[in-house]
Design a protein around this ligand. Structure first.
Ligand SMILES: C[S@@+](CC[C@H](N)C(=O)[O-])C[C@H]1O[C@@H](n2cnc3c(N)ncnc32)[C@H](O)[C@@H]1O
Length: 339
């Protein structure tokens, strides 16, 4: 094998050069010997330095999931699989269709090989259901724990992947909402789970006042731990019903976050009560995928009409597809009270 022999002090420059020339041989390891570094190269090029021949050591290149499972799964099965798992901290939560159950161990091992941070693979055993929006999961490979710490936008969220709801797929929304917050805002973070929306906001907006509401006592326990973990001082956590708590803060909020896409509209009237004039409500809802934004606006309009309150849609978008016929949508609604 050919190696470029370089004095250690010039190693970084040499690495850049051989990368730019496209001659770095990544199947082999870079060797360090005494005051020299030896870079494996694909071919001799004159004038780049001293070239020597060594046996070398093969590098352990990480294989892709397609390479590992290419012979075990059909192309379509592989595509579906890649779309069907979520990485939450050190846990991969995966959907195994009935016909692949016999291959689930191999699939789980492949996921661990591809993602070195993943220590546990668990399969979905039920749909997300109930008030707490949780699902049963079963560990099929790796460390026997359902508790993990998930890192997102510089924040850490401790959680149990079975006992609380946490969606990695809403990470973009948390970032978007964080960017909209202005200093000193009063924010009502309803349906807060283990705290991803309020903590992401608070981490960047120490002067805001945030009241968060969550009804799942286990999520509330983790939420309180996460406040300490992220050194947050400006969040008050209330365990209870979002509707009832919102009504205790009439005309209070500059911003209200409502990430309960299933039946969240039932709480819109209470949210409208706690909104100041000009308040922005981030309203998440599931709707059929045909003309979804119009459908979502109609749902919101109905609740504003019942509340005898005007509103303006300031932003609307499809967040993600939820099932073949259902999408999740978010509307940013400005509440108009003083006109
Ligand atoms: C879809 S999850 C969103 C959790 C979190 N905001 C996130 O983005 O991961 C909805 C959350 O609302 C909570 N919840 C459901 N109904 C509630 C209610 N009436 N009052 C307060 N929290 C409620 C559930 O327990 C769950 O944690």
């Amino acid at each position: 094998m050919l190696f470029l022999k370089i004095n250690k002090t010039d190693a970084e420059k040499a690495r850049k050069m051989i990368m730019e020339l496209g001659i770095f041989e990544n199947e082999y390891k870079v060797e360090n010997k005494g005051k020299y570094v030896y870079f494996p190269i694909k071919k001799k090029i004159s004038d780049i330095g001293e070239i020597v021949e060594l046996k070398g050591n093969k590098s352990k290149r990480r294989r892709s999931i397609e390479e590992i499972l290419g012979k075990v799964l059909e192309k379509k099965e592989l595509e579906n699989l890649v779309r069907s798992y979520d990485l939450i901290g050190s846990i991969a939560v995966i959907e195994i269709p009935k016909e692949l159950e016999k291959k689930e161990k191999e699939i789980a091992k492949a996921i661990i090989e591809v993602h070195p941070n993943i220590k546990t693979v668990a399969k979905k055993m039920s749909a997300v259901s109930g008030e707490y929006r949780t699902r049963k999961i079963k560990i099929i490979q790796g460390k026997r724990t359902k508790e993990t710490i998930h890192k997102e936008h510089g924040c850490s969220f401790k959680l149990n992947a079975e006992k609380v709801y946490y969606s990695v797929r809403l990470s973009g929304e948390r970032e978007r909402v964080k960017q909209l917050v202005k200093p000193g805002e009063k924010i009502l973070a309803l349906f807060a789970g283990v705290g991803p929306f309020p903590i992401t906001i608070a981490k960047n907006n120490a002067e805001c006042e945030i009241i968060s509401v969550e009804s799942n006592p286990i999520a509330v326990k983790y939420f309180k731990e996460n406040i300490i973990l992220n050194k947050i001082k400006n969040i008050k956590v209330v365990e209870g019903d979002a509707g009832k708590i919102a009504e205790k803060y009439p005309e209070w909020a500059d911003r209200i976050i409502m990430p309960l896409p299933k039946d969240g509209e039932k709480f819109l009237k209470s949210a409208i009560k706690s909104a100041k004039d000009g308040c922005i409500i981030h309203f998440y809802t599931f709707v059929e995928s045909e003309d979804p934004l119009k459908k979502a606006e109609e749902i919101a309009a109905g609740k504003f009409l019942e509340s005898n309150t005007k509103f303006k849609v300031v932003s609307k978008r499809i967040v993600r597809s939820y099932s073949p016929k259902i999408v999740q949508v978010v509307l940013d609604l400005r509440v108009i009270k003083n006109k």
